[in-house]
Design a protein around this ligand. Structure first.
Ligand SMILES: NC(=O)c1ccc[n+]([C@@H]2O[C@H](COP(=O)([O-])OP(=O)(O)OC[C@H]3O[C@@H](n4cnc5c(N)ncnc54)[C@H](O)[C@@H]3O)[C@@H](O)[C@H]2O)c1
Length: 276
């Protein structure tokens, strides 16, 4: 589907989503307040595409086509001609709200305004808009170009038309859409909590060590990565914070209780792979 897509935030998620949209033929404007983040995103895309060329997955013409579809911009106004904007900035409601209310001054009335938030409610984000009907959650997973699933989350304010359009666009980007309700963690991050939480409890009860738990889940459970391997990959700080947020958001339901083991790892700076 050819269209203009504005992406706000050129970090891990924003740059990945830009690649997905550009590959699907959209004209993408990738915006960040930090020039260094834009430079890094551009360089990272060059490296990723070079690797794909080396592996024979794409040719150099395809590489140029994808790169030409993305422009890197340092002002929000440049996103004025967007049909869809996806926000992927810092996970802070006040900062997101400020960006959304400014953005709404520039874009057309029928532009869909989406957020990639993992833990904030879409209803609270939509409430910052004059036209909350056009707001929807579009939640990609990391790394966005590789992960097939995308959750699309209508807020109670979202119009049916906005939801339908969002589903159509994301499907045309060759992603599988799961429509989720606007509840903490949506589907995947909620289902994932007990995967980590129960593994941490098994360890804390002295039943098995990290490696044995991972080994069991991989060989017997068929998971590609064990829970500790995954915590190590995501980062203990990030993973712990999500657990704490979901726990609080579910009014401290003990099923989602965080573990001291992971809290101490995070406090000690033993974050996982990224600490090496
Ligand atoms: N990292 C993940 O695994 C993951 C997965 C799914 C969803 N998310 C969500 O995606 C969003 C972004 O996460 P990330 O990991 O890509 O973050 P990140 O820190 O890698 O990137 C955020 C970018 O936003 C920019 N930014 C901050 N404030 C801005 C502003 N006011 N205007 C424009 N740009 C601004 C920063 O300069 C940075 O480049 C968050 O809402 C997060 O919850 C993250």
């Amino acid at each position: 589907m050819e269209m203009n897509v504005g992406i706000i935030g050129s970090g891990t998620m924003g740059s990945g989503i830009a690649q997905v949209a550009a590959t699907a033929g959209c004209k993408v404007k990738l915006y960040d307040t930090n020039q260094a983040a834009l430079d890094i995103a551009k360089l990272a895309l060059e490296k990723i595409l070079n690797r794909l060329v080396e592996k024979g997955r794409i040719d150099t013409a395809e590489k140029s086509r994808i790169q030409d579809n993305i422009s890197y911009v340092d002002n929000l106004k440049a996103l004025a001609d967007s049909n869809l904007t996806i926000e992927a900035i810092i996970e802070n409601l006040d900062i997101k709200k400020k960006v959304f209310s400014e953005l709404e001054n520039y874009v057309a009335e029928d532009c869909i305004i989406a957020s990639n938030t993992s833990s904030l409610s879409i209803a609270s984000i939509a409430a910052s808009l004059k036209k909350p009907k056009r707001c929807v959650g579009i939640h990609f997973f990391n790394p966005a170009p590789l992960m097939r699933l995308v959750e699309v989350i209508p807020a109670i304010q979202t119009s049916y038309e906005t939801l339908e359009k969002a589903i159509d666009i994301i499907t045309s980007w060759k992603k599988t859409v799961a429509v989720a309700k606007d509840t903490p963690g949506f589907i995947v991050n909620r289902v994932a909590r007990p995967f980590y939480g129960e593994a941490l409890r098994i360890y804390e009860e002295g039943l098995a060590d990290f490696a044995t738990i991972d080994h069991s889940l991989k060989t017997l459970g068929g998971f590609r990565m064990g829970p500790f391997e995954l915590m190590d990959f995501i980062g203990n700080d990030v993973n712990y914070t999500v657990t704490e947020t979901v726990f609080a958001a579910f009014y401290f339901d003990p099923r989602y209780k965080p573990a001291f083991t992971q809290k101490r790892f995070a406090e000690a700076g033993y974050l996982g792979r990224k600490s090496e």
